[in-house]
Design a protein around this ligand. Structure first.
Ligand SMILES: [Zn+2]
Length: 134
């Protein structure tokens, strides 16, 4: 299976804001409580800002108190890829978009039921597609 989206930095830069590029393509982290979605309670699906792949449902978003949008599970198994990140002298689990490798944030094991996981994401890597109101 290799239907991944691959683009050069230049191509991504054209498509993304400087902050989105820094976070999603360069594994940056936005400052807590500054992102667009840390306190958002709107219903919808959070998609990858780079490729539009649906990543998280607002139904699994919870208030973690961290200042970053936090979810206890991805929308679908396989939508979010995880790998060990040893940067900054810490061992953490990095979360990436499975389709385009965008850096999303990190996964911690102190989340709520039912998964016990906390997907600590950057708003800059996400694009909320609101549920249409009827
Ligand atoms: Zn993506």
């Amino acid at each position: 299976m290799d239907d991944k989206i691959k683009k050069t930095d230049q191509e991504w830069q054209k498509q993304l804001s400087p902050e989105q590029f820094q976070v999603a393509r360069k594994a940056g982290t936005e400052r807590a409580f500054t992102g667009k979605y840390w306190n958002t309670k709107d219903k919808g699906v959070y998609a990858c800002v780079c490729c539009g792949q649906p990543l998280f449902s607002s139904d699994t978003k919870f208030d973690s108190g961290t200042g970053w949008p936090s979810f206890y599970q991805p929308l679908e198994e396989g939508a979010v890829a995880t790998e060990t990140d040893n940067s900054y002298g810490m061992v953490r689990t990095e979360a990436r978009c499975a389709k385009c490798d965008a850096h999303l944030g990190h996964v911690f094991e102190d989340g709520p039921d039912p998964t016990g996981l906390r997907f600590c994401m950057n708003s800059a890597s996400l694009d909320l597609k609101p549920t249409e109101k009827k």
